[in-house]
Design a protein around this ligand. Structure first.
Ligand code: TXA
Ligand code: MG
Length: 327
C-alpha cells in the first residue's frame, strides 16, 4: 500500500525530519488543523517536488508556515489589522494573506507568482518544534492528493502520499480537523474571508469588523482552495438529506439520523460542531470505503465551525472537474 516511513513524533524523529527538510525533501507532519506536507519554502526544487507529489496545479499558491510572528517579518508586510489578528490568534488555525516583501527569501513557486503571501503560525506542538528545529519557512499544503479529502491521521497521509514522500511524523489525530481560516488583508480597506476554517467568523469579526466575501473573479486566482470541487471523496455526495436510500452511506449529526442507510457515521452524536469538525475527514473517508454507492449528509448547522464544515461538504458535493482544473 505505502512505502513512506511513519515515525512517532519524538525528538529523534523530529531531528531527522528537520534534516530531510533542510536537504530539500518532503515531510508530512501534524498541525492542529490537518496533516501538512512540508517543504523548504526558500528552495525552488523542493517546492517543485511538493507540487509534483500532490499533483497540485502550479497556479494554486501555498501557505508558508513559521514558528512565530518574528519569522514573518522578512516575508511580508503587516499592517495594524494583521498585527491585531496575529497577536490574538497565533499560534493557531488562522492564515493571513499579506503583501509579500519584494526581497522575501521565498521560492516564486511557493506564491504562484503572486504579489501576496499566505502565512500561518500553527499551534500544534510537533509543528512548532519542527519549525523551530528547521529554522526555515516551510510551505505546507494539506497532505492529500490535490482535490481529494484532507488527512487528519498519519495513516491517511501514508495511504494517499506514501509512495512519494520521505517521512510521515505521527502524533495522532488532529485536534481541530478542518483547515485554517484564510483572511486576505492585502487590500487596505477590505478584509476578505477567502476560506472559512478553524477560527470561526464571529471571533474574527469581533477583532476586525465585518469580513467581505470574495467576488467571483477574486475566488479563482486568489484562493483555488475555494474552487468548486475540492475535498472530494471517490463517491458522489448528496447534501441536506432528510431521508436516506438503502445504497447510501449516511453522515449524520446529533439526533439527525434518518434510518435505513447502508452504513451510518455520526459526526457528533451529541451535536457538537467542534467534534464534527474533528471527525469530518476521517468519516468522509470511512463512508467512501464503506461499499455504498453514494454519501448522503444531513443538514449541518451554520454557526461556529459549522460554516467551515458546510463549505467543505459543499465542495465535496460539487461537480467533479477534469484533472487539469483540479485544485
Ligand atoms: O490548515 C491549513 O491551512 C493547512 C495546514 C497544513 O496548515 N494547510 C492548507 O493548505 O490547508 P492548502 O494548500 O491545502 O490550502 C491553502 C489555501 C488554498 O486555498 C490557497 O489557494 C490559499 O490558501 N492561498 C495560499 N496562498 C494564497 C495567496 N497568496 N492568496 C490567496 N490565497 C492563497
Ligand atoms: Mg488542501
Amino acid at each position: 500500500m505505502s512505502r513512506a516511513r511513519l515515525l512517532e513524533a519524538e525528538p529523534r524523529a523530529l531531528a531527522e525530519a528537520a534534516e530531510i527538510l533542510r536537504a530539500g525533501g518532503l515531510v508530512a507532519f501534524p498541525t492542529e488543523t490537518v496533516y501538512g506536507l512540508g517543504a523548504d519554502a526558500t528552495s525552488d526544487a523542493a517546492v517543485a517536488a511538493l507540487y509534483a507529489a500532490k499533483q497540485r496545479p502550479a497556479h494554486n499558491p501555498l501557505i508558508v508556515h513559521v514558528a512565530g510572528r518574528a519569522a514573518v517579518e522578512p516575508l511580508a508586510r503587516l499592517d495594524g489589522r494583521a498585527e491585531r489578528l496575529a497577536a490574538r490568534f497565533w499560534p493557531g488555525p488562522l492564515t493571513l494573506v499579506l503583501p509579500r516583501r519584494a526581497d522575501a527569501p521565498l521560492s516564486r513557486h511557493a506564491t504562484a507568482g503572486l504579489a501576496t503571501v499566505a502565512v500561518r503560525v500553527p499551534a500544534h506542538p510537533v509543528a512548532l518544534a519542527l519549525l523551530e528545529a528547521v529554522r526555515l519557512p516551510i510551505v505546507a499544503p494539506s497532505a492529500n492528493r490535490s482535490g481529494r479529502v484532507s488527512a487528519t491521521t498519519a495513516r491517511d497521509v501514508a495511504v494517499d502520499l506514501g509512495e512519494v514522500i520521505d517521512l510521515v511524523l505521527d502524533a495522532g489525530p488532529c485536534p481541530v480537523g478542518v483547515e485554517s481560516t484564510v483572511v486576505d488583508l492585502s487590500e487596505p480597506d477590505r478584509p476578505v474571508l477567502l476560506r472559512p476554517g478553524g477560527v470561526p467568523r464571529a471571533a474574527l469579526e469581533e477583532a476586525l469588523g465585518p469580513l467581505a466575501e470574495p467576488s467571483a473573479d477574486e475566488e479563482r486566482p486568489r484562493s483555488p482552495g475555494r474552487l468548486a470541487s475540492h475535498y472530494a471523496p471517490s463517491l458522489p455526495v448528496r447534501l441536506d438529506a432528510l431521508e436516506v436510500e438503502p445504497d447510501e452511506a449516511l453522515l449524520a449529526f446529533g439526533d439527525r439520523v434518518p434510518r435505513g442507510a447502508f452504513a451510518t457515521f455520526n459526526l457528533s452524536p451529541s451535536g457538537d460542531l467542534a467534534e464534527a469538525a474533528r471527525r469530518l475527514y476521517a468519516l468522509l473517508r470511512a463512508a467512501d470505503r464503506s461499499g455504498a454507492k453514494r454519501i448522503a449528509v444531513v443538514p449541518i448547522p451554520a454557526e461556529g465551525l459549522g460554516e467551515a464544515i458546510r463549505d467543505r461538504l459543499r465542495r465535496a458535493a460539487a461537480p467533479r472537474p477534469t484533472r487539469e482544473s483540479a485544485g
